[in-house]
Design a binder for this molecule. Structure first.
Ligand code: ADP
Length: 495
């Protein structure tokens, strides 16, 4: 089809030269590319050679008459717009021509204006047809693209190496992929509610709360470890599916097989535990022997005292590191919170503070305990874990506070939680490290902390232990002013 933006090609066929020339003049002014022919055969030759869009066709010509020419043009190309030109006497023929597919007719003789009107109408018809065709093609293309896009996404989802489950707001499964079915060991179709597919109640509740948007404002996703009957571990990561307007449409959960990773991790933990355990006894012996030498050998040269003191400090550092590594291994092996007993937190804090007060005094610091005024209810907890949590926090406060500083340990009850705050007026922590200091082996390195000995394992241990007791730990700190760690433990501790 002719593009209307290009000059449209029009052919005037008439045996009368004046008419041909008149048409040519008028039509050229209308910006057509005009061809003329005086006979039918000549007209057909031009039609076949040029991309003619409109033909002005005189019906009464010597030789091949107009009707025959029209017939041949129609055979050749259905889209060419043919306007027949005829005298009054042959209106009947004009009607016949219209029936045979002519678009319009002009009676002879005609005024230039008549010709213009008819030709402009034909041009408009062509333009509309062109637009309609373009729209049709675009629609066909969009549908084809859509179809292709849909099948492409399906193929991608089906070939993902991880399992996928998508739920709607009613928590019904709307999409699953083959890997998910493979994990569960049987073939499933979407359509049922999530508990039909997953038998773990906690995970189902998480997916349900996510799909129905009933989670806390800041909890729009989750991670959960799912253990299947066949000792396979899956990591389930869920996230809300949101519309463009931010409305919740459901949830998408990805399942990743982490069985091998877990086994490897276990091997690593076992290795660390074994090595740490084997190192601890000889190191403790060396440390004690160094202490004995330093205490008993009077008159030892100052030079040797310095060397031995340094060696003693270093072994002490190593012993602390080993204790931390053993703690981490115990936590990772799930061996904490095993010896549960009723505990009064104030008593625990008191004994830790008494023990660490020597260290604080060494730095001329004041270590103050402010137990809550009413007595605290006992909680069921593992004593060793509590020692580790508050021992780490208070010794950190001592380590990261300048000489002469102040550390306050405060206990209180807030609703159904026991809260313990360990607050110092020490170095403080820059806000960009507030999250990071709970990562394993992370230590803030600046002018003030560079000489402090440590492993970067204390706070991760504290966090893991607190969370293992279904508690929370938070930090407020101003760099240069001090830090406050707040631990909240539920009064009804896990049995
Ligand atoms: P470690 O003390 O062995 O380095 P932690 O995990 O206990 O490891 O602490 C990580 C880092 O957090 C420390 O290196 C220190 O920079 C920072 N930090 C911890 N407690 C405090 C505190 N009370 N004041 C300032 N910085 C602290």
């Amino acid at each position: 089809m002719n593009e209307p933006e290009n000059r449209i090609k029009i052919l005037a066929v008439d045996d009368e030269r004046d008419i041909r020339e008149g048409c040519e003049r008028i039509l050229t002014r209308l910006d057509f590319h005009v061809f003329t022919a005086s006979r039918g055969e000549e007209a057909l030759a031009i039609v076949q050679k040029e991309n003619i869009a409109i033909v002005l066709l005189d019906l009464k010509m010597p030789g091949m008459d107009g009707i025959e020419v029209l017939h041949r043009i129609r055979e050749f190309n259905q889209n060419i717009v043919v306007i027949v030109v005829t005298g009054f006497a042959t209106v009947a023929t004009a009607i016949e021509a219209m029936k045979k597919g002519a678009y319009d007719f002009i009676p002879k003789p005609f005024e230039p204006e008549q010709l213009r009107i008819v030709v402009k109408r034909a041009r408009e018809k062509l333009r509309l047809e062109y637009e309609a065709e373009k729209l049709k093609q675009e629609r066909a293309r969009t549908l084809a693209d859509l179809g292709m896009e849909k099948s492409r996404i399906r193929t991608i989802i089906e070939s993902l190496p991880n399992g996928i489950v998508v739920t709607n707001t009613a928590c019904q499964v709307v999409l699953i992929n083959p890997i998910f079915c493979k994990y569960l060991g049987f073939d499933l179709k979407p359509g049922e509610s999530i508990d039909h597919y997953i038998k773990d109640e906690t995970l189902c509740t998480l997916i349900q709360r996510l799909s129905q948007n009933t989670m806390e404002a800041n909890e729009k996703k989750f991670k959960y470890e799912l253990q299947l009957d066949n000792h396979v571990y899956l990591l389930a990561e869920g996230q809300q599916v949101l519309s463009e307007d931010g409305d919740c449409l459901g949830a998408v959960v990805m399942f990743m097989d982490i069985t091998e990773m877990k086994a490897l991790n276990q091997m690593k933990s076992d290795f660390v535990a074994k090595v740490s355990h084997d190192l601890r006894s000889p190191l403790t012996t060396i440390h004690e022997q160094l202490s004995t030498v330093l205490n008993d050998m009077e008159g030892l040269k100052e030079y040797y005292v310095r060397i031995l003191t340094r060696a003693k400090e270093k072994t002490h550092g190593l012993i602390t590191m080993i204790a931390d590594l053993l703690d981490i291994s115990r936590i990772e092996a799930g061996m904490v919170h095993h010896r549960l007993e009723p505990v009064n937190i104030n008593n625990v804090l008191k004994s830790i503070i008494e023990f660490l007060d020597t260290q604080a005094k060494h730095k001329q610091q004041t270590l103050i305990f402010q137990p809550n005024t009413e007595s605290l209810p006992e909680i069921i907890a593992d004593m060793e874990s509590l020692d580790s949590i508050f021992g780490n926090l208070i010794s950190n406060a001592i380590n990261y506070t300048q000489e002469g500083g102040e550390i306050i340990v405060k206990s209180s009850i807030v609703q159904d939680h026991i809260c313990v705050e360990v607050k110092d007026n020490g170095y403080g922590i820059e806000s960009q490290y507030h999250e990071k200091i709970f990562d394993k082996f992370f230590r803030v390195k600046n002018e003030k902390t560079r000489y402090a000995i440590g492993t970067g394992l204390g706070l991760p241990i504290v966090k893991a232990l607190v969370e293992g007791m279904k508690g929370q730990i938070s930090l407020e700190s101003d760099y240069g002013k001090g830090s406050s760690f707040l631990v909240k433990l539920p009064i009804n501790s896990p049995k």
